[in-house]
Design a protein around this ligand. Structure first.
Ligand SMILES: O=C(O)c1ccc[n+]([C@@H]2O[C@H](COP(=O)([O-])O)[C@@H](O)[C@H]2O)c1
Ligand SMILES: Cc1cc2nc[nH]c2cc1C
Length: 352
């Protein structure tokens, strides 16, 4: 059996008994019932995901997948495509936004070249698993073959599995790819049936003329490719991206090996959406880090029934939102593990 099929079969819905046991433990802590709000949900879900009533919290890894996009030749981004490899080198030197916020959160950043149109020298922190030197222009034909999409998903699955073997407590998604808000918008337009004009936004900060070109590129791409929404791999291959596929795989691999997965912004959520369309149980393993400024993000999150943790008006990607949210999820787990119970603290419980 191939790795993707095997992984999809391994993903199970969360166990209600574990969720209830975690809630019972939280309800014994020295606080009015439910008073730690969503921190309690984070703790409950990490218990049910990991199967432990005292989950580990130490090792946190952000995987930042980088890929290029043929559709940039349609003039859909405010930046040229050479920024993709330039930013990869910035990540590797520790100077990018995600590096700063990961250090702040105590997380490690691993950069994955899954499809950058540049040959990097092997170096620490860089995982070279290039499937192709970028996608093809999705506005005139398929972005990639189905085999390439599956190969990129399997890279993500393997990375999640190796993170689990190394003892990671939590993993997160991130990405870098000039032009990648175009395939992300195309993916949600395909699944939702909402028009690209309503869903498409300004990415890196495009002007009105570039926004028109971007909407037109997506409209043409959906028409020429006619992706089959009942077949999420078809959508991914025809109008997706290699880093989006890698993220879909990381999410699937995380769910299969019972790791909490923190999903960053718009592009990461497009990857997570592909994973959820392949197996709806995946959503229970996910934490939506934040609400991106990109307008299609809300539609994606609603479709996946995920409530974003933060709303900081961010739209950088890389894993920046995920880095910040990891600390809050960890805080919820620490409440469960470290807070005194009523009995331990000698505090009287409610009389109702
Ligand atoms: O994560 C987000 O919500 C997000 C929203 C807008 C843009 N980005 C980042 O900006 C790049 C894509 O923007 P664009 O305009 O080139 O499609 C890519 O490198 C993403 O990491 C990221
Ligand atoms: C400079 C720059 C940094 C980024 N990080 C993620 N996407 C990006 C896009 C640009 C243009």
């Amino acid at each position: 059996m191939d790795l993707l099929t095997k992984t999809l079969a391994e993903i199970k819905p969360l166990d209600d008994e574990l969720l209830d046991a975690a809630q019972a433990k939280l309800d014994n802590k020295t606080k009015p019932l439910g008073s730690l709000g969503r921190l309690e949900d984070f703790a409950r879900r990490v218990v049910a995901i990991t199967g432990s009533l005292a989950p580990e919290t130490g090792k946190k890894i952000i995987f930042t997948f980088a890929g290029d996009h043929g559709v940039v030749e349609e003039g859909v981004s405010a930046f040229p495509k050479e920024v993709t490899p330039q930013m990869v080198l910035n990540f590797l030197r520790g100077g990018a936004g995600v590096n700063v916020l990961a250090r702040h959160a105590g997380a490690e950043v691993r950069v994955v070249d899954i499809g950058v149109d540049y040959d990097f020298a092997p170096q620490p922190g860089l995982i070279i698993r290039k499937i192709a030197p970028g996608t093809k222009n999705l506005s005139i034909g398929p972005a990639m073959t189905r085999a390439e999409a599956i190969a990129a998903i399997e890279v993500g699955i393997e990375l999640a599995r190796s993170a689990k073997e190394e003892g990671a407590a939590m993993i997160a998604t991130g990405e870098m790819g000039i032009g990648n808000t175009t395939p992300s918008s195309a993916i949600i337009a395909a699944f939702s049936g909402i028009s690209p004009r309503e869903l498409t936004h300004r990415g890196t900060g495009i002007d009105d003329a570039a926004l028109d070109r971007k909407v037109s590129a997506i409209e043409r791409g959906l028409k020429v490719n006619a992706p089959d929404v009942a077949d999420p791999l078809d959508v991914l291959a025809k109008v997706g991206g290699l880093e989006i596929a890698g993220i879909a795989g990381l999410v699937l691999g995380g769910a299969a090996c019972r790791l909490p997965v923190v999903v960053d912004g718009f592009i990461s959520t497009a990857g997570a959406l592909i994973a959820c369309e392949l197996n709806p149980d995946v959503g229970q393993y996910l934490f939506a880090a934040h609400h991106s400024v990109e307008i299609g993000h809300r539609v994606m999150l609603e479709r996946m029934k995920l409530e974003p943790i933060l709303d900081l008006k961010m739209r950088l990607g890389e894993g920046t939102g995920a880095a910040l949210a990891m600390g809050l999820i960890e805080a919820g787990v620490k409440i469960l593990k470290e807070m005194a119970s009523f009995e331990e603290a000698g505090v009287t419980q409610s009389n109702t």
